[in-house]
Design a protein around this ligand. Structure first.
Ligand code: ZN
Length: 189
């Protein structure tokens, strides 16, 4: 690791979800602001279509290895930004939903609402593949119902990211609902 400023470095590439042909590169640059703060700018750009997205992250954001926990109790909390790095595990314990670590398409750079939306699509696909008389159906319908309530801000839940390397982060809308527990090196061995 180096402390040097590295500008416009490509930090991650993945297949474009929009045109499904191009590659999206994520460029990272660091800007020093006049008031002494530093910002990390992430630029997402497809090399074929016009898919692009920018985001600005204050560098005070914690990117250490650890367990990040966010309580979601209202609609405003759904706007909290989430980035799950490929080694991060993401969980919503109240709904028994887990995204295991993995480097591929489940690149979760989104907000809480976006995560709920992805879970809902995945669960709906799962439900459609079940037989009509499958005993699991009622359980799945209850889960979809709770996901819908969660998307409306009417279901309180917890979002937990466990990242053993650091790189995942949560930027809460309301800081008092966020906690971070550092993972010590000895815990990983
Ligand atoms: Zn594209």
């Amino acid at each position: 690791m180096t402390n040097q400023k590295r500008n416009n470095e490509i930090i991650y590439s993945f297949k474009c979800p929009s045109c499904e042909e191009g590659t999206i590169n994520i460029f990272k640059s660091i800007y020093d602001l006049s008031d002494g703060d530093r910002m990390l700018i992430l630029k997402f750009e497809c090399n074929i279509c016009n898919f692009h997205k920018n985001d600005v992250i204050p560098l005070s954001t914690n990117m250490e290895p650890g367990i990040m926990t966010l309580q979601i109790t209202n609609e405003e909390d759904l706007k909290s930004k989430i980035y799950r790095s490929p080694v991060g595990k993401l969980e919503i314990p109240e709904l028994d939903l887990i995204v295991e670590p993995g480097p591929r398409a489940d690149f979760y750079y989104t907000n809480v609402e976006g995560i709920l939306f992805r879970f809902e699509s995945a669960v709906s696909i799962y439900k459609n593949n079940l037989e009509k008389n499958d005993p699991e159906i009622s359980e799945i319908e209850e889960l979809l119902n709770n996901l819908q309530k969660a998307m409306d801000g009417r279901f309180k839940f917890t979002l937990v990211i466990t990242d053993p390397l650091g790189g995942s982060y949560i930027i809460p809308q309301n800081k008092s609902k966020y906690t971070f527990k550092k993972i010590e090196k000895k815990d990983l061995e």
